[in-house]
Design a protein. Structure first.
Ligand code: ADP
Ligand code: MG
Length: 697
């Protein structure tokens, strides 16, 4: 990879068939047609599609591509692709390179093995992919990748892109209505903007490959606490070591070629943990790019003899990895709707959007929590390193003071005195610099955007952003309905803001989210606290949430059901795979190793005793070893037995996995970890936490 600094401008986006390239390579009328299709969703006619396909193919072949694929995001949360070569027979044993508009616009992958959550019987296995002309095609591994939506024969969305696009349209439509009320006649579209910060671990590949748990589950299922963890806090923002620096440089180069605006890189809290933050873009591109980023992170690591772990909690007792989802709304004229204004009118508009957000988060807190509910994230949320499982909003002291002054109808410094005739001119001024930091809040206002900190590192950001967009669309719709009828807009806005802030004040919390007392306080406020995925996931099928999605045509009822089913199945599959991996490692690695080691201790003990020599160490360790290996054996047998009894009904299985299998696994682990601390390094069958965490070199 060529990543000399001087080449960056040309390098950036060089593997993306982006707007600039289209402008250069398409006829003006074709380019115009494409633009039209992007702005108002009109389908491309076949001759336009043919011209774009031809230009794309030529461009891709010049860049060394031999294949093309529709690139889509099935409900597994990762991406899928099926490659076809451009080759077509041209008679007389010759070939030509072919790629038609039809192939660009529509595909029919055999979809029977993708999860459908019951949306599609296997006999109608066909799924359709259709080009999303708002996402640019790109080249990866010599294949032209065409970002597509993926749906079933009957038109149900089978992917994570379709509902995201729908939610972006929904929020745009309602936000534009509000802007019109404030006299904005130029904005035609409001864009959900997202920047996803990505945390990850790097491990030495040789060590990784000696651990079945890492290979099978992405996390360690065993491991005693190392003598040194993250106590020294010397890793966070510390100097980046050469091997990691080389990795990061290579990663940046690859991402830049694919048009990903990778901007910031630094070491994170835990040893071997790092972060990459891109510059934000529209939610659809951000979601595509985050998927690409995760894939490239893994691929580049491999070239450096490293493995990139994206699991939320690879190591117990060590900081896990999250993915901060920075979200805001911007107009197509370049204004950020969450940026406080300077005039009372701009302020009123800002406060109206802020109020809609606060109301939305309060009303759909359960749904937001459900979007981040995965078995991996259960190890993070509420564990004093990530936000608690309670959803709340951090506004910072300045903005909270503004909110309180509105609720209490008190005058803020700088505001006009309030009168009976309240109107936007009495809105308090908003401090411009809202850059307070509170790392313990799940949803922090950071000046001109909200940072949703609950998503785990491996999650597709599609889910959380669908809910953020849709709840916002919903609240803005209700506000617009009310305000459009008002005789006095200023008064109506002022009244509405005050009413809704008063009703939803409980969701605002500026204190320490890690504090035990907050959980109590949250309960008093009536906020929900779903501490595990098992408790959180049913929000998907809560009537209120289904209505939200169906009212705004984001999901049909069947589509929501399907997603719920897939999350439940994924939970069960994950726990069962972890349990089976655990049993395998106990039976085939840990017990044989500790048994042999225990036998050698017993022999030493017997011999020393017979010679009349001291034998404290041998006796103590032999006893501990024998006792603990018995306990481990029994615990493992119980886990095996319980695993055979997982109920067939998925929701019952989920409860059972959580209530029975997870505690069984914890029990097994506690004996194994204890055994590790009393076994000679040379006798332990796989690399330990110290080996792994300080391995990146
Ligand atoms: P912080 O220090 O709060 O994490 P950064 O400026 O580093 O702030 O931003 C973090 C992420 O938020 C980056 O991906 C950045 O591009 C993104 N971001 C910045 N402004 C916005 C915005 N208005 N909307 C969405 N994301 C944004
Ligand atoms: Mg951040």
């Amino acid at each position: 990879m060529n990543s000399e600094p001087g080449k960056f401008p040309e390098l950036f986006g060089s593997m993306v068939f982006n707007e600039e390239t289209m402008k250069k390579r398409l006829s003006p009328s074709c380019y115009k047609q494409w633009k039209q299709s992007v702005s108002d969703g009109t389908p491309l006619d076949i001759s336009t599609a043919n011209e774009i396909a031809e230009a794309m193919k030529q461009w891709a072949v010049e860049k060394g591509a031999t294949h093309y694929t529709h690139w889509f995001q099935p409900m597994t949360g990762v991406t899928a692709e099926k490659h076809d070569s451009f080759i077509a027979p041209a008679g007389k044993g010759r070939i030509e390179l072919e790629f038609s508009g039809k192939e660009l616009v529509r595909g029919e992958p055999d979809a029977s093995s993708f999860p459908s959550g019951g949306l599609r019987a296997t006999f109608e296995a066909r799924g359709y992919t259709a080009w999303d002309p708002t996402s640019f095609a790109f080249i990866k591994e010599k294949s032209l990748c065409i970002p597509t939506i993926f749906c079933s024969y009957s038109g149900h969305a089978l992917d994570k892109k379709t509902p995201l696009l729908r939610s972006m349209d929904a929020v745009s439509k309602q936000a534009v209505r509000i802007l019109r009320l404030f006299g904005d006649t130029t904005t035609t579209r409001v864009i959900a903007q997202v920047g996803a910060e990505q945390e990850y671990f790097l491990l030495d590949k040789k060590l990784y490959s000696q651990r079945e748990d890492l290979i099978m589950t992405g996390r360690t299922l065993f491991g005693a606490k190392p003598p040194r963890g993250q106590e020294l806090e010397d890793h966070y923002f510390g100097a980046i070591r050469p091997r990691v620096a080389a990795y990061m440089q290579d990663l940046d180069g690859e991402l830049w070629k694919l048009g990903v605006l990778s901007k910031t890189k630094h070491n994170e809290v835990a040893p071997s943990q790092h972060e990459m933050a891109p510059i934000y873009s529209d939610a659809n591109a951000a979601c595509d790019q985050n998927q690409i980023t995760m894939e490239i992170m893994k691929k580049v690591a491999d070239r450096h003899g490293l493995v990139c772990l994206l699991h939320e909690k690879p190591f117990a007792g060590v900081n896990g990895s999250g993915k901060h989802d920075n979200w805001s709304l911007g107009t197509d004229t370049g204004k950020n709707l969450f940026k406080p204004g300077s005039t009372p009118r701009q302020n009123a508009q800002f406060l109206l959007f802020l109020t809609a957000f606060i109301k939305g988060v309060d009303e759909y807190q359960d749904m937001l929590r459900a979007t981040v509910a995965t078995p991996g994230n259960d190890h993070r949320l509420g564990a004093q390193e990530a936000p608690p499982a309670v959803v709340s909003i951090f506004l910072g002291s300045d903005l909270s003071a503004v909110v309180d002054s509105i609720i209490n109808d008190t005058t803020m410094k700088g505001a006009k005195k309030r009168s009976i005739n309240i109107g936007v001119d009495v809105m308090p001024p908003i401090p411009q610099d809202n850059t307070d930091r509170n790392r313990t809040s799940p949803m922090a206002f950071t000046g001109n955007k909200f940072e949703f900190r609950m998503p785990g590192s491996s999650l597709s950001i599609s889910g959380p952003n669908i809910v953020l967009n849709t709840m916002m669309a919903h609240e803005l719709m209700l506000f617009a309905d009310e305000l459009e009828k008002a005789d006095n807009m200023d008064e109506a806005v002022s009244h509405l803001i005050r009413r809704e802030l008063t009703a939803h004040r409980r969701i605002i919390f500026d204190g320490n989210g890690y504090d035990e007392s907050w959980i109590e306080e949250a309960k008093r406020r009536g906020l929900s606290n779903f501490s595990t995925a098992v408790d959180a996931l049913p929000a998907y099928i809560d009537e209120k949430n289904i209505r939200l999605f169906t009212d705004h045509a984001i999901y049909t009822r069947e589509e929501v059901d399907a997603r719920y089913n897939i999350h439940v199945e994924n939970y069960n599959a994950t726990i069962e795979i972890e349990a089976r991996t655990m049993i395998d490692m106990i039976r085939k690695e840990i017990l044989p190793a500790v048994s042999a080691y225990g036998t050698s201790l017993c022999k030493g003990f017997k011999k020393r005793k017979s010679l009349g020599l001291p034998y404290k160490y041998e006796e103590h360790n032999a006893r501990g070893n024998c006792m603990l290996s018995d306990c481990l054996h029994d615990a493992c047998a119980k886990l095996e037995k319980d695993l055979r009894e997982v109920p067939a009904q998925p929701e019952e299985a989920m409860r059972y996995c959580h209530d029975v299998i997870v505690p069984d696994m914890n029990e097994c682990r506690s004996y194994a970890d204890e055994l590790e601390t009393m076994t000679a390094r040379s006798a332990w069958p796989f690399p330990t936490y110290s080996d792994l965490l300080f391995s990146e070199g």
